[in-house]
Ligand binder design. Structure first.
Ligand SMILES: O=C(O)[C@H](O)[C@@H](O)[C@H](O)[C@H](O)COP(=O)(O)O
Length: 255
């Protein structure tokens, strides 16, 4: 069957609080659908403001936390309690408030902080265990990947003009030259993002309005966020009206 890549569905909500509510509803629905089909929910989280945006999930009803398998869309190669660690941020803002079993939270292996290629491979192997072998599943199919939009249009650790935009084989890539510190990171690659069942971006605030309009209305510029186009899965944007002010792309009503 031939599929054309997903068109972004943009939900613009009046306030950040409304975005948090909608996002919580979306995530709960996604976990129900995933658990019903496969008995588990695979999700990848990002850093930045994203962990805080999950706040309304804490009290959401019917979340089967023990079925969650949590990965990172990208992570900085630093100790897990380091101030730059996305894991540390997610722990503070999210895991400390919900009963996800510790073993279901897939961190980088910090034994390999001095060997980024080993660390990359170990993270990829963790994914291979979860999603069956790399041979049978050409790319893992995450139930949900949650992403942020950087001020330069980057997402994960996929930066404008970087050679990793061309990566077509690996599931997880590493880089030591991130233009935004810290320089050493690992990241999911575009093929993994684009094989997910659902990808959702979250972007709020007036500071994002120019970049959001470029990403949604001028995809031909090829900025990293515009290159996220799931082949079979869905692509949603949860934004507030302040961020969406300049966007011409049609908005959908969240209900
Ligand atoms: O590693 C990074 O470079 C940042 O974590 C970055 O990816 C962040 O997620 C975006 O810049 C969005 O940031 P906000 O969500 O805070 O707007």
């Amino acid at each position: 069957m031939h599929h054309s890549p997903a068109t972004p569905v943009v939900y613009s909500l009046p306030t950040v609080d409304d975005v948090k509510d909608a996002l919580a509803q979306f995530v709960v629905k996604a976990q129900h659908e995933a658990i019903e089909k496969k008995g588990r929910f695979t999700i990848a989280l990002s850093g930045g403001s994203l962990p805080k945006m999950l706040g309304k999930l804490v009290d959401a009803p019917d979340v089967q936390w023990d079925r969650w398998q949590v990965y990172y869309a990208d992570e900085r190669v630093v100790p897990l309690d380091h101030e730059d660690s996305n894991h540390a941020l997610c722990k503070k803002e999210f895991y400390d408030k919900v009963p996800i079993p510790e073993g279901n939270i897939h961190t980088i292996n910090t034994d390999y902080l001095d060997d980024i290629e080993e660390l990359r491979e170990a993270y990829e192997n963790d994914l291979i265990l979860q999603f069956a072998s790399k041979e049978t599943a050409r790319f893992p199919i995450f139930d949900l990947i949650l992403l942020g939009m950087g001020p330069d249009g980057h997402t994960c650790s996929l930066f404008p003009g970087h050679e990793l935009l061309m990566e077509e084989v690996e599931w997880v890539a590493c880089l030591e030259d991130s233009p935004k510190p810290p320089p050493k990171r690992i990241t999911l690659t575009f093929p993994v993002l684009n094989h997910a069942a659902r990808v959702a971006f979250v972007a709020t605030g007036e500071g994002k309005k120019e970049m959001l309009a470029r990403i949604l209305d001028r995809p031909e510029e090829g900025l990293p966020c515009s290159r996220v186009r799931p082949l079979v899965g869905t692509l949603s944007w949860f934004v507030d009206d302040a961020a969406a002010e300049l966007v011409a792309h049609p908005k959908s009503v969240w209900s």
